[in-house]
Design a protein around this ligand. Structure first.
Ligand SMILES: [Zn+2]
Length: 415
């Protein structure tokens, strides 16, 4: 793989210079037309690699297949997916990437804004980057390694497989999506057209990491119907829905079960919105846990709190509405253990210690998994994403490319 380091670097620098910021306010698909500029470039590059079926559709989704070169007929078709957009949280316009060659642990001061400094003390993963070439932005924009590091790794893996036809592999499916950062990455993905059996998003952080678990997520809406009267004549009659809503929030556990007091595998009950008046009040919550039973426990606890408060206001009533949002992809991946096992083996063969992790959130992969395409997330080396301090090393991206090649080999071997 080492001989493709320069090609990978060139590619990455080309991709980050194209502004692909998505827009949460937009209702069009893609949310910003400019994302297609990168999509079209990727299609051209895929075609110049000899992958002639590469196409971008009207929604800005890029599809391609590197056809099998193996005589085996039962090789699972595996997909690699990265997203093309960058976060709305930080500008992605006129990104000036800077290469800090042979990093020696020093502070990385970004030249266009000297107050933007990447320090090892605040970015402990930099301890593992000594001697590597770190790429950052110049201080006024994000870099866009999330997820252009993944695009660079996938494209480099494809180039490597094309240049080394003695390496046998099955059909390799490529999916590049717009609008992941605004939660709409899988909205227009046509799984029939993609025609893959298993997939991997290449959008993770630390070298060697593989994420096969996400939160399970529900939304809860509580509607309080109070009793409204003229405030001058309200004694003994009025039951103020707004005050009832505030009492419910005040009774939530504080030291536990909150986003601000939990980490790792702990779930939480999190109020996100309250709206109302004397007569009616609506509370919105998100509930998170890694297990569905944990989700149910938290919802029951919330309901008990609501019932307790409403007992004191017996002419008022409430509705408690639970809406499923997404589920832990482990539920799907558990039925296909080889998908995670093969990734662990691919990472080991690249000479890296695999780190199995869970995500306190959802991914496009969790949605794809429940749409029928089991899809954990593997590292691309991106760090401090959605910020001006974003960084990635060329060496980590190259390792991600190697893991992708290894996965292609492993699926062929094991078929
Ligand atoms: Zn991402």
């Amino acid at each position: 793989m080492i001989n493709l380091k320069d090609a990978l670097l060139d590619r990455f620098l080309r991709y980050v210079k194209i502004d692909t910021q998505s827009d949460p306010e937009s209702h069009s698909s893609p949310s910003t037309e400019k994302q297609k500029n990168l999509g079209k470039l990727l299609v051209e590059e895929l075609i110049s690699l000899g992958i002639n079926n590469a196409e971008i559709d009207g929604f800005g989704v890029v599809y391609a297949t590197l056809d099998t070169n193996s005589k085996k007929v039962d090789i699972p078709k595996i997909m690699f997916c990265s997203h093309m957009d960058t976060s709305p949280d930080c500008s992605g316009e006129n990104v000036i990437p800077i290469i800090h060659e042979n990093y020696q642990g020093q502070d990385l001061v970004l030249p266009d804004d000297n107050s933007q400094i990447i320090r090892m003390s605040e970015h402990p993963d930099l301890k593992h980057q000594l001697g590597n070439d770190i790429i950052t932005a110049s201080g006024t924009t994000l870099l866009g390694a999330d997820n252009k590091a993944g695009l660079g790794a996938i494209m480099t893996a494809l180039e490597y497989l094309k240049k080394n036809p003695t390496i046998k592999h099955g059909d390799i499916k490529i999916l590049f999506t717009p609008d992941e950062e605004v939660g709409r990455g899988t909205e227009n993905v046509d799984l029939k057209r993609l025609d893959a059996d298993f997939g991997y998003t290449v959008d993770g952080e630390t070298l060697g990491s593989i994420e096969n678990e996400t939160f399970s997520a529900d939304g809860v809406e509580i509607k309080i119907h109070g009793v409204s009267t003229h405030p001058g004549f309200a004694k003994g009659k009025m039951q103020n829905a707004l005050k009832i809503g505030a009492e419910i929030i005040a009774k939530l556990p504080k030291e536990i079960l909150s986003p601000e007091t939990t980490e790792n595998k702990e779930g939480f009950i999190h109020p996100t919105d309250i709206q109302g008046n004397v007569e009616f009040c609506k509370l919105s919550f998100i509930i998170r846990d890694f297990d569905e039973s944990g989700l149910l426990e938290k919802e029951n606890l919330l309901k008990e709190i609501v019932e307790g408060v409403l007992k004191e206001h017996n002419n008022s009533s409430f509705e408690f509405i639970v809406k499923e949002q997404y589920r832990n992809m482990k539920v799907v991946l558990g039925d296909h253990p080889q998908v995670t096992e093969n990734a662990i083996e691919a990472i080991k063969r690249a000479g890296i210690e695999p780190k199995l992790q869970s995500i306190r959130g959802g991914t496009d992969g969790s949605r794809l998994s429940f749409m029928g395409l089991p899809c954990p997330n593997i590292f691309a080396g991106e760090h401090a994403f959605h910020s001006k301090l974003e960084w990635v090393s060329v060496q980590d991206m190259l390792k991600a490319a190697e893991v992708i090649v290894n996965l292609a080999i492993i699926y062929e071997e094991r078929a």
